[in-house]
Design a binder for this molecule. Structure first.
Ligand SMILES: Cc1cc2nc3c(=O)[nH]c(=O)nc-3n(C[C@H](O)[C@H](O)[C@H](O)COP(=O)(O)OP(=O)(O)OC[C@H]3O[C@@H](n4cnc5c(N)ncnc54)[C@H](O)[C@@H]3O)c2cc1C
Length: 351
């Protein structure tokens, strides 16, 4: 066997999740160069399950017997004046900082989103009206089944409704591992200041400017600090459940009581969107709500699940059940958690 595979480390699973939920230990490997990516093909041929991790800020673990691989390929290149290629192991914030330092814009509202560059296209990160997909040029992936590198255009990635992408939805993309992404940034002359009720109220309250790219980034940075507790101090995965978006035609079949919950049109009027914080509130789950094992909604924010004790995967599943039993009873719907649940039961079968 390859020497690197003889030296797999083990790590407590919960250390790989920013919510610090994970049972037992997992086998762990770090890959630091494109040339070493072939190790994944070897693992695959050995019949191992493989899970790729970034910083774990959108992941929780149950019991996982596969190998967890961190792709720690670092660095960046400017391909043209405003086209940035950045490698997978870098913090996403590095991309934002590089863009700001060149006076470019297009990703400044995505400042302070935790995690790696490699994870960013998986759920098409977004905040304050900006989405990565709006500026993404292409994604380079290594396919560990075919043992080859492929370049995908942004269009091929299938970014659609909230958080959707082909990385999540297509089983044949399961063996695609992001090695770098390329982003097309924009000159400051085309900059449009951010808007949004909460952000504007905050800017007004503290007299903070937002008419330049750098000021807008600083405003969002400081606003986010009031919204999101640091996951290194209070374990969390950011917003926990995804919003509920449903085609208008299907929405008509929902019980009339759901229309009392705040909602708005989505997807050019073809769908309706309910924010999960409003749905949760309507079934009595509010900020501070306690689940088992020390899991609770943040004292100030609904849908912001924090781990105040030693919650296990079973506690987390009990939390999902409590929420979705209430929603099923009242409206016949369920909310889907944003973080990926990495577990032998949910992993795709070994091919
Ligand atoms: C406090 C807080 C605030 C947040 N705010 C936001 C926000 O405003 N907007 C937003 O969109 N998200 C937000 N998030 C969620 C999170 O930051 C993003 O989902 C981020 O992209 C996850 O990065 P990660 O490296 O931690 O990914 P991980 O949790 O490690 O992985 C997430 C997924 O990506 C896959 N993956 C990771 N790397 C690769 C790779 N190289 N190739 C293929 N697959 C890979 C993993 O297998 C997994 O499926 C927030 C999270 C926290 C804790």
């Amino acid at each position: 066997m390859n020497q690197k595979l003889d030296n797999l480390q083990t790590k407590p699973a919960k250390e790989l999740s920013s919510l610090r939920v994970g049972d037992g230990e997992v086998r762990f490997l770090s890959v630091t160069s494109i040339e070493d990516m072939g190790i994944l093909h070897t693992l695959y041929k050995d019949g191992e399950r493989i899970h790729i991790t970034g910083r774990g800020t959108n992941s929780v673990y149950g019991t996982y017997s596969g190998v967890v691989v961190s792709i720690d390929i670092m660095g960046h290149e400017w391909l043209e004046n405003s086209r940035l290629k950045i490698y997978t192991g870098e913090d996403w914030q590095t991309a934002v900082d590089l863009s700001l330092n060149k006076g470019l814009h297009g990703i400044e509202r995505l400042t302070m989103i935790p995690g790696t560059v490699g994870a960013a296209p998986i759920q098409n990160i977004g905040a304050f009206g900006q989405l990565l997909s709006n500026r993404l040029h292409s994604v380079e992936v290594y396919d560990y089944i075919q043992n080859k590198t492929i370049t995908l255009s942004a269009q091929e990635c299938g970014f659609g409704a909230h958080r959707a992408s082909n990385f999540k939805n297509m089983a044949t993309w399961d063996s695609y591992v992001v090695t770098s992404i390329t982003i097309d940034l924009l000159p400051e002359s085309t900059f449009e200041p951010p808007s949004g009720e909460g952000l504007m109220q905050y800017a007004q309250e503290y007299s903070l400017p937002f008419a330049s790219v750098k000021d807008a980034e600083q405003l969002i940075r400081s606003f986010r600090a009031t919204l999101y507790p640091d996951y290194r101090q209070i374990p969390n995965c950011g917003s926990y459940f995804t919003n509920y978006e449903v085609d208008k035609e299907l929405a008509q079949k929902l019980p009339s009581s759901i229309w009392k919950v705040k909602h708005r049109d989505a997807r050019d009027g073809s769908a309706v969107l309910f924010q999960c914080k409003d749905l949760l509130h309507s079934v009595g789950i509010d900020a501070g709500h306690e689940f088992s094992g020390g899991l609770k909604m943040h004292p100030k924010f609904n849908n912001f699940l924090i781990n105040t004790g030693g919650a296990t995967a079973l506690d987390l599943l009990a939390c999902h059940k409590e929420v979705n039993d209430l929603l099923a009873e009242k409206y016949g719907i369920a909310l889907i958690p944003e973080p990926e649940f990495v577990d032998d039961a949910t992993a795709r079968p070994v091919m």
